[in-house]
Design a binder for this molecule. Structure first.
Ligand SMILES: [Zn+2]
Length: 186
């Protein structure tokens, strides 16, 4: 499946963590789009949503993304503020200024977009018929949110050091023979 053009940023972010040129080796995608619609107040809304699933040994991470609808820009040359509609086009990080005609207007923020992630265990725990899950970071559709999600994923994959190992080291630090010392002399 091809990632829709308005999700070009997300495609770049995913590419940076997927260990294959063929993203589909590691990624399941589900795209829903019922097109741009005008609501009662005449505001154009886009209902497109992209879901991506990434797997680790024990967990599945579901990333939900909604591309922004509008981007707000400020011209670095003359200070003019302008807005650009993103419906069905990639997010433009720099555009031409309406006033001075220089391509110096920088994207400052976006509205209407979303990026979030949930995690689920891939199999139920003993005695449970459901799989446990948690909400991870979410926020605007931007790199900052993506990095917050990545941090949460790394945190979720961390495993505790077995407490027995710590205890054994303490016991052996005094005058107890080391495990393996006896068998080595036999
Ligand atoms: Zn300008």
């Amino acid at each position: 499946m091809k990632i829709p053009r308005q999700y070009a940023d997300l495609q770049c972010w995913l590419k940076s963590i997927i260990p294959s040129d063929n993203m589909e080796d590691y990624l399941l995608m589900d795209y829903m789009n019922s097109g741009a619609v005008s609501n009662a107040t005449g505001t154009v809304q886009s209902s497109d949503v992209l879901h991506c699933e990434l797997f680790t040994k024990d967990h599945v991470y579901t990333i939900s993304a909604k591309a922004p609808i509008v981007g707000q820009y400020v011209c670095q040359s003359c200070g003019t503020k302008l807005e650009v509609s993103f419906i069905d086009i990639p997010i433009l990080h720099k555009v031409q200024c309406d006033k001075c005609r220089k391509k110096e207007a920088i994207l400052t923020h976006t509205t209407g977009g979303y990026l979030g992630c949930i995690v689920s265990e891939r199999k139920p725990r003993a005695g449970e018929s459901w799989t446990r899950g948690n909400d991870l970071a979410d926020g605007d559709f931007c790199e900052e949110t993506w990095l917050a999600i990545l941090r949460d994923i790394v945190k979720y994959e961390m495993v505790k050091i077995a407490s027995k190992i710590v205890r054994k080291n303490i016991e052996l630090s005094e005058d107890m023979p080391r495990v393996g010392a006896d068998s080595a002399t036999e």
